[in-house]
Design a protein around this ligand. Sequence first.
Ligand code: PEP
Length: 256
Amino acid sequence: MRTPLVIGNWKMNGTLASARALASDVAAALPQLAGVEMAVCPPFVHVPAVAAALSGSALALGAQNLCEFEPGAYTGEVAAEMLLELGVRWVLVGHSERRALFGDSNERVLAKLRRAVACGLTPVLCVGETLAERQAGHTETVVDAQLDAVLNASDAEALLPALVVAYEPVWAIGTGETASPEQAQDVHRYIRARLAARAPTLAAQMRLLYGGSVKASNAQALFAMPDIDGGLIGGAALKAEEFIAIGLAARARLAA
Ligand code: PEP
């Protein structure tokens, strides 16, 4: 059984005070969420405060991005080593907002994955198609290209065991429109099959998350699907109660 995993992506939201409070409120609920791995990804500048608020808690700390280069002259960037030093364990790589707005190409995504894995961070590789790509019937082609950037890398064998993949259809991110459980399962099944063609044992063990307007009200149906091992949650992760309810929905997988 793959351990259910729920990760909150706070994006560029909140204040120091609200970040601390949100982290503490979620951490306080963790005893109800035994068996589910939970993590939050605050904005970089809030990471130290959230790390302090989480001290002694099993709620893990993640980051939303990292630099693809080793520490050095890269103004405005944050190195994997710096994140690790702050207690960060997870890192999002290739989020659609980074791909669309900040030029994170498949090549850069691969470089970031390499840095994350080299430093012992667990990367969450985000993949997914836009609405136009889905409507043109290109979902699998787009996801293939995003996955192949890693699967065809010369060091794929070193990268894959560390990886979690999040399928996030771009049309469902922050729009309130969620993929139906069946639509999401279809792509998750496809992703697992693609991974299995390269590394069968690993593919069976790898956690695949769904992201895109997951809420407490739709999480359970999504997480009931056989290949959906949890969620990457944006907007709903900003409300402790909602995020905890999503964690509880993931917990229901344990009883299935
Ligand atoms: C995300 O940012 O990864 C995300 C899935 O956002 P939302 O849940 O708000 O759609």
